[in-house]
Design a protein around this ligand. Structure first.
Ligand code: SAM
Length: 256
């Protein structure tokens, strides 16, 4: 089963919009701010159950298109965004989108690191931006995740990404318990574990589950992450920002 289908299982199970997702969204989109979305035309690529689109719409986006390549994810996003008449959710693959020069801001959060062909995906996203518009991606970092790369990644790659999802979900409960106790007691170390200390148990479990299920998970050094956008001549002013010392937000602007 492909990664997007496996994520569909996750977003079907965990489809509630939690207020903590706003804090996460604000970290992922930095240096953009809520005011940057006001009156803008937005594309959310690989939207999952719509938790990021939700905040962009709350911040006053004029028009938003979200897409994902899994039917259950699309269904959950349609439900979560139903109250916004200026939002539409489409079932599409990032490899086949044909939007051209349409959007002021294109964001793609937590998707690129799960793709077999990130270059083609980003090429398609750049094509969809208006001249002068922005592309923002958030990807896993290598720095700050060395222990995941060394210990969790081999288990994910060789075992849990191949196991039936209900079974992985069952295991995720027992792996989440010690993490939950740890973050509640120590509230760290580091920014990310401090952030997790404010999350409910189900949320921590969903993150653990999310780490265990995909076929592909790439962890980028700073240089590799920046290169994801810097490889494209259509973009200028590419900047990279660390998030929680374990991931990267990369932002670029399309030439006018
Ligand atoms: C970790 S989830 C992140 C979802 C969402 N961006 C969020 O932050 O909640 C990765 C998402 O990428 C989607 N995805 C994977 N391959 C895709 C493809 N080829 N086209 C579109 N979406 C894809 C998955 O279905 C999944 O919803």
């Amino acid at each position: 089963m492909s990664s997007e289908k496996r994520f569909g299982y996750e977003w079907h199970k965990y489809q509630e919009i939690d207020p903590n997702y706003e804090i996460q969204f604000l970290k992922w989109i930095y240096p953009l701010k809520p005011k940057d979305f006001k009156g803008k035309k937005i594309l959310d690529a690989g939207c999952g159950m719509g938790r990021n689109s939700y905040w962009a719409l709350k911040y006053g986006a004029k028009d938003l298109t979200a897409f994902d390549y899994d039917k259950r994810s699309v269904k959950a996003a349609v439900k979560n965004l139903a109250s916004f008449k200026n939002a539409r959710v489409e079932f599409k693959s990032i490899y086949e989108i044909d939007y051209k020069n349409q959007f002021d801001i294109v964001f793609c959060l937590g998707v690129i690191h799960h793709l077999a062909n990130p270059h083609l995906a980003i090429k398609n996203l750049i094509q969809s931006i208006k001249p002068g518009g922005l592309i923002l991606i958030w990807v896993y970092g290598y720095q700050g995740n060395v222990w995941i790369v060394k210990f969790v990644n081999p288990i994910r790659k060789n075992i849990t990404s191949k196991l039936p999802l209900p079974l992985v979900h069952f295991f995720s409960y027992f792996l989440s318990l010690p993490l939950w106790f740890w973050v509640k007691i120590f509230k760290g170390p580091g920014l990310y574990l401090r952030q997790l200390s404010g999350f409910k148990f189900w949320h921590i479990r969903s993150i653990v589950f999310d780490q265990l299920i995909p076929e592909i998970a790439n962890y980028f050094t700073k240089e590799e992450a920046k290169k994801l956008l810097a490889d494209f001549n259509e973009l200028k002013e590419i900047e990279i920002y660390p998030v929680n010392n374990n991931s990267w937000t990369v932002l670029g602007q399309k030439y006018d």
